[in-house]
Design a binder for this molecule. Structure first.
Ligand code: SIN
Length: 353
């Protein structure tokens, strides 16, 4: 009788642990490379090559992930994010939109180089359609460095992706114990692990001890662009202003197939007189011109320092030039109406500020 009871107890334990196992959230990791997958010859030096280590090696390096979620992953590309391209963006969004349809997947993590993470995050934020968490993460130090930050960043990103509290927040970036909104986050430092911040709005929350804590209510930009079926994206470039600029580069863009130009102006998006007429000419040729600023914080406001209405320029509001470029690309997939595009910039700037 005693033996039967202990057999039954053991069976019950196995059943309970199976149920518990089944209840672990499922997180799917899409790997694209970057420093998190980088290796260096020395653990103390700063020289390394990004995009060397495959996804399974990254997952295996953080066995603690298996304690909290069921994890699967796939390698989309293995590149340094300086080489990120429209083609990879379109592949990523297609794959994520496919994965989030799977009822067994609770959240997605995208590992990514830090250099262009803010651009990919915004692109995905505006094109992926789901209430499930989609979280980008990476590392400032390669996997072979002393105190590599990748393993904890990956663990934290998985925590964020697995949490019910992360639903309906759009695409986020989890780096260095903080969670940021895609529209807000900026890479602020070239080498420090404390590189990502949302200087205009603050982070959405923090991750500590395997738990995410949000200081903000859920919310997501009421903007969505359907890029399914697209194989290319409109060509949009950035002109970076400076003292003594001349019209050479702006002129070169005129006949080069650009549908949009983002001007990274000085101050509140001011434009040097040497190129003002070129931007007017671009607009007259049907190119959409967005005024942004090379100043890292604060908005580029409409109708303050430049008569935008008269020139038919769009003010980028709170988006910096590289983020403004992302929104302009997506805007141009559905309209060339500069006023409608201004509305998109106004709309995205009302969230999380
Ligand atoms: C990259 O963006 O791929 C290289 C730099 C990094 O990931 O920190």
């Amino acid at each position: 009788m005693k033996r039967l009871a202990s057999i039954l107890a053991a069976a019950l334990l196995i059943l309970i642990s199976h149920i518990a196992l089944g209840q672990k959230p499922n997180v799917y990791i899409l790997a694209t490379g970057g420093t998190i997958a980088g290796t260096g010859a020395s653990s103390t030096g700063t020289a390394y090559s990004a995009g060397q280590v495959a996804i399974q090696t990254l997952i295996d390096a953080v066995p603690q992930i298996q304690d909290i979620v069921q994890v699967r992953g796939e390698q989309v590309v293995n590149i340094g994010s300086q080489d990120m391209s429209d083609e990879v963006w379109l592949r990523l969004v297609e794959r994520i939109n496919e994965l989030v349809q799977d009822p067994d997947i609770d959240g997605i993590v995208v590992t990514h180089g830090t250099d262009t993470m803010e651009e990919t995050a915004l692109f995905l934020d505006l094109t992926v359609q789901t209430s499930k968490p989609v979280v980008l993460t990476g590392a400032m130090r390669p996997s072979t460095a002393l105190s590599a930050d990748g393993p904890l960043n990956l663990f934290n990103a998985v925590v964020v992706a697995a949490s019910q509290d992360s639903r309906d927040r759009g695409v986020m970036v989890a780096m260095n114990g903080q969670v940021h909104a895609a529209a807000q986050v900026i890479k602020m430092h070239t080498t420090s692990v404390e590189s990502f911040a949302s200087p205009n709005a603050g982070p959405l929350g923090t991750v500590l001890n395997g738990k995410v804590n949000y200081q903000t209510a859920p919310g997501h930009a009421p903007l969505h662009f359907d890029v399914s079926g697209l194989r290319t994206l409109p060509k949009v470039g950035i002109i970076y202003s400076h003292s003594g600029i001349n019209a050479d580069m702006a002129n070169a863009m005129l006949g080069a197939g650009y549908q949009g130009i983002v001007h990274a102006g000085v101050g509140n998006g001011n434009i040097h007189k040497a190129i003002f007429h070129v931007l007017d000419k671009a607009r007259a040729n049907g190119i959409i011109v967005v005024r942004s600023s090379r100043v890292p914080t604060g908005p580029t406001t409409l109708e303050n320092e430049v008569d935008d209405e008269a020139h038919q320029f769009v003010a980028s509001q709170w988006l910096n030039p590289q983020k403004a470029r992302v929104l302009l690309i997506l805007s141009l997939t559905c309209t060339h109406d500069w006023q409608q595009i201004q509305e998109y910039f106004n709309t995205i700037s009302t969230i999380h500020i």
